[in-house]
Design a protein around this ligand. Sequence first.
Ligand SMILES: NC(=O)c1ccc[n+]([C@@H]2O[C@H](COP(=O)([O-])OP(=O)(O)OC[C@H]3O[C@@H](n4cnc5c(N)ncnc54)[C@H](OP(=O)(O)O)[C@@H]3O)[C@@H](O)[C@H]2O)c1
Length: 243
Amino acid sequence: MVARIDRVLITGASSGIGFDMAQRFLAAGSRVAINGRDTEKLARAQRALAHDDRVVAVPADVSKVDEARRLVSHALEALGGLDVLVNNAGIFAAKPLLQTAESDFDQLIATNLKGTYFVTQAAVPHLIAAGGGAVINLGAALAFQGKRRLSVSAVMASKGGVHALTVAWAAELAPHAIRVNTLAPGIIRTALAGDNPDARSGIVPLGRIGEVRDTSEAALYLARADFVTGTVLEVDGGYSHGR
Ligand SMILES: NC(=O)c1ccc[n+]([C@@H]2O[C@H](COP(=O)([O-])OP(=O)(O)OC[C@H]3O[C@@H](n4cnc5c(N)ncnc54)[C@H](OP(=O)(O)O)[C@@H]3O)[C@@H](O)[C@H]2O)c1
C-alpha cells in the first residue's frame, strides 16, 4: 500500500515547526488543517499559507478534551476525511523540581501528553475509516537524558510519556494499518527554543542547531514510510547520542 498524505491535520501549526510542516505538506499536494489557540495568530498563518482552499484553520486548545474533539470533528468535516495526524502542539518551561508548582506540571502534561492522547483518540476512528494512516507525534530529544544545568523534569515527563504512547499505539493500532511514530527534535530554531539558540550549537555533534526544514523533512518521511512504526526518530544533529 502506498501511504496517502492527501488530508493532514497538524495541531499547533500557527508558528514554528508546525507552520513549516504545513507549508511542506501543501507543497507535496496535501490539504491541511492547521490549529492553534490564538485565533488572530492562526488567521495570520492561514493567510500566509493559503493560495487556494487547501488550508483550513481550526482554533482550539488541545489541552481541553472537549476542544480536542471539536478540533478533530471540524477538521475532518472540512478535509472530508483524514490520512495523517501530526500532534505538534506543545509548550516548554524549564523549572527545577523544588520550584515547580502543581499548575506548572498540570499545564505541561495537559498540553503535551493529554492533548496528544485525546486528539489521537478522536482521530483514530477516521483513520480506520480511511483504511489506515499515520500518526506523527512531537516528542523531544531532551527526554532521553538528565542535565545538571537544565532543569526540565516536568517537560521530560510529558515528552517521555509521548515516546511511550508511540510504542504502545504502534502495536495497538497496527491491525488497522495505522502507523504511529514520533519526532524527537533537539534544538530547533523557533520561538520555543528561546533567544540566541545558536549559542548552544557547541553541544551538537553536527555543529549546528536544527532548522524547521529538518523536522518537516522527517515528518514527510514518516508520513510516507509504509514499513516504519513505533519509532522515536531523533532530529537533533546527534545530540542524544554524543557530544
Ligand atoms: N523548538 C525546539 O527546539 C523543540 C525541541 C523539542 C521539541 N519541540 C516540540 O515541537 C513542537 C512545536 O514546537 P515549536 O518549537 O514549533 O514551538 P512554537 O513555535 O512555540 O509553536 C507551538 C505551536 O503550538 C501551539 N500551541 C501551544 N499550546 C497549544 C494548545 N494547548 N492547543 C493548541 N495549540 C497550542 C501554538 O499556538 P498558540 O500560540 O496559538 O497556542 C503554536 O502554533 C512542540 O511539541 C515542542 O515541544 C520543539
